[in-house]
Every structure is written in structure tokens, then in C-alpha cells.
Design a protein around this ligand. Sequence first.
Ligand SMILES: Cc1cc2nc3c(=O)[nH]c(=O)nc-3n(C[C@H](O)[C@H](O)[C@H](O)COP(=O)(O)OP(=O)(O)OC[C@H]3O[C@@H](n4cnc5c(N)ncnc54)[C@H](O)[C@@H]3O)c2cc1C
Length: 444
Amino acid sequence: MRPIHIFGGGLAGCEAAWQITRAGFDCVLFEMRPVQPTPAHKTDRLAELVCSNSLKSESENTAPWLLKEELRRLDSLLLHAAQQARVPGGHALTVDREVFASEITRAIEENPRIELRREEATSILEDAIAIIATGPLTSGALAREIGRITGAERLFFYDSISPIVEADSIDLSIAFRASRYGKSLDGTDDYINCPLDREQYERFIDAILAAEAVPSHIPEDNARFFEACLPIEELARRGRETLRFGPMKPMGLIDPRTGRRSYAVVQLRQENLRADSYNLVGFQNHMRFPEQARVFRLIPGLERAQFLRYGQIHRNTYINAPALLTPTLQLRAHHQIFFAGQISGVEGYVESIATGLISGRHAAELASCAEIRAFPRETALGSLCAYVSGADTRSYQPANITFDLLPALDEATRLQFRHDKKARHAEVCRRALEKLDEYRSVYA
Ligand SMILES: Cc1cc2nc3c(=O)[nH]c(=O)nc-3n(C[C@H](O)[C@H](O)[C@H](O)COP(=O)(O)OP(=O)(O)OC[C@H]3O[C@@H](n4cnc5c(N)ncnc54)[C@H](O)[C@@H]3O)c2cc1C
């Protein structure tokens, strides 16, 4: 039997390889580093964490915890390595990145069923089982090949991510609901607006200019492309008034407390249907995460803001997954080809590991001619697949795991827990793990 080919020895590719060998199959893992570097990776190790060393929250009954718990129950190599490499990090699963990558590199190199080839993959055979897991920094030659196979013209995007805060943590005695010039799509006041007077604005600009930035991963030659999504600190550097004429413009917004227009305004846009999270419109930035928390809490109304996500900018290569993939992460047009990791349209380290695990298991099922069984929709794994294969194709954006992606509880249970968000989340997690255990009892 021909070995399964895996392109990319990152988070998704290594997990996929491990799962394939666990199921008793051989694979060839192509990793182009160190022969060909990427703009972000620094070593030749497999599964290198390119930026933060956090695999997010380990607080029980949070969505990131649920995803990790599911992976642990499915014998994930990378979650096991994370445990070995764990360093103190509060409620987060924080790892020593060197130990983490070394553990995984060792496990892959020592596995007799995996042939590791340090070379750039440039072509995909349409009749062999293959997993494409080359990540957000996929090499140009392979990106062109993926374009050919998928018919997609453009795979490179520049992710500019604005911070997201919990709705409950916005102080609505200061912030007010309104749409600019009262123009709203559905007649409601779509935005939450945080007003700043001159003094507050000046203090805010000083804080942005003094904030510590994360080291840039963006190559110089891409700078022009970034005009469309400049980080706010770059706007502030171009002139103290620039933000006030850009994302912080106050026109058309009357503060009901004063009956007047403010000096500047930060607008927050509803992020999800449940309206329990809001993003800071146009606030993509390169500041370190703790700096973002400190600086953005200077905004009136956000003094106690709880951040669900921080702003970021980086290159991102991904396919328009809902137009191309099945819920089992196979290309609709070529069932032997799977996508996993960030290129499949998920966002984040653990989400990449998760899609690696899913594709690895499904590729092994395909190789054994068994029926490919999608993960239950109620699980975090199944919910990631449902998002990737079923989201709106026109405005597709990679997503992290959140409770938003998981199916809602039935009406009676929702009513039972309507005043207790924690209990609701615990119930969603309980249901997910129960479904996963049922699934595992049939497909270990
Ligand atoms: C700059 C940057 C910072 C990020 N920071 C974070 C963060 O802090 N937290 C977070 O959760 N997520 C972050 N992400 C998003 C994402 O979670 C990570 O990029 C994650 O590593 C994705 O996993 P992956 O397996 O899909 O890709 P990767 O881990 O990047 O693995 C892909 C591998 O494929 C190799 N490769 C590429 N092309 C070829 C080819 N043609 N042939 C052979 N090998 C090839 C690469 O060398 C790489 O080793 C960041 C992304 C970027 C780009």
C-alpha cells in the first residue's frame, strides 16, 4: 500500500502523521525547513510555535479547554508533548517552545512508520492520499499548485485582526449604542460607541506610541500591501490626528449624556449572534497582548474590558474552505486530498492540531477502505469541521474555537440555565464530551 503523503511538518502535519501511524499506516512527511525557510519560523524543528507559547486556556468548561480535552481523549501527540513541556502560565496551557518542538521532532524521527523528507513539496498527485498542512506561510510553488487543484485564484491574505471584548465587560453607563448618522441596516443602534474628550484622546495616543510592539514577521516587500489594514500604532505615528480622521472619527455620533459630538469615538461592532462579544472596529495592531489590554483599558467604557481576542496582523494562506471541503476535510473534487491546519481555514495553534488529528484519522480510514465517520456535531472537533465546510463562502475568515461554533442547547436546557452563563457552558462541554466518548467507543 502506498504511504500517505503529508505536506508540512508543522502543528497539523505532525499530528496527522502521528494519527496515521497509530492507525497502522505508513506516511511520508515533507517539511521544507531548513532547506527553505519561512518568514516566521526560526529553527529546523518540526511543530515550531511561531509566536506566542500559549495553547490557550485550561480553565475547565471554556471552549479552548474543551478542544484540548477532546484532543487528549484521542491520544494527541502534540497535546502529550505540551504536557511534557508545560511551564507555569496561570490558567493557560503554556509551554517551553524548545522542549515542545524537540519532543515532537524526536517522536516523529523515531517512528519507523514515518519517512521524514526535508524538501519543499511542489506538486500534488491527484490519485494518492495526501494531507496538505503547509500552514499560513505555504511556499509559493505549492500555493500555485493548490490554486491549480482547487481552481482558486488567490490564496494569500493579510490577516488584520481587531481585538474582541466580552459584551458584559463594557461599561454602558459611559459607552452608548448608536449607528453613525442613525443609519442602521435593521433600524437598531448597531454599534456600541466609546466617547473620548480631547484630554482622554491625547493620553490614549501617547500610550499607543509608547506601547511595546511584537517583533514583525512581515517581510519589508509586503509593506505596500498593508496600506489597507495599517496597524493603529502606525496610523498614530503618521500624525496625532490621523486616528481621529480614521477609525476614531466622531462624526455622526451624538453622545446622549452630553447631547454633543465627542472629540473622538471608538466603535465596537457586535461579533456574534448572541451579542456577547464585540470587536473594536479598525483596531488591528502589532502591540504585545499585555500592552493591548493596558492601552485599550484607557478607553472610556473599556476600563474593565475582558479581552476574548487581541489584535494581530500577519500573512495568512488559506483556502476558501466552505466552497471546497467536506465536513471530513476532504476536497470535494478530489476525495483523496485532505486539508489541515491553518491553510484549511482554522485559526490558532490548537485548532491547527485539531484539524491535523481529524485529517490524519480520516486519511487512515480512507486508506483502510472503511467508512469515513465525521466527528459528532456537538463536539468542538465536529464544530470546527462544520464551520470550515459550512460557513458563508463570500466572507470566509478562519476561526478560533468559541462557543459560537458549537450548536446551541435545546430550548428547555437553555431556559434552565438562562441566568447562568457558566452553567450553560459547562452543559455544552458535558454534552460534547459525552458525544465524543460515544464516538470513541465505536471508533477508538
Ligand atoms: C506570524 C504568525 C504568528 C502567529 N501567531 C500565533 C499565535 O501566537 N497563537 C496562535 O494560536 N496562532 C498563531 N498563528 C496562527 C497559526 O496557529 C500558526 O501559524 C500555526 O503554526 C499553524 O499551524 P499549521 O500546522 O497549519 O502550520 P505551521 O505550523 O506553520 O506548519 C506548516 C509547515 O509547513 C512547512 N511548509 C510550507 N510550505 C511547504 C512546502 N511547500 N513543502 C514542505 N513544507 C512546507 C513550513 O515550513 C511549516 O513547518 C500565527 C501565524 C503566523 C503566520
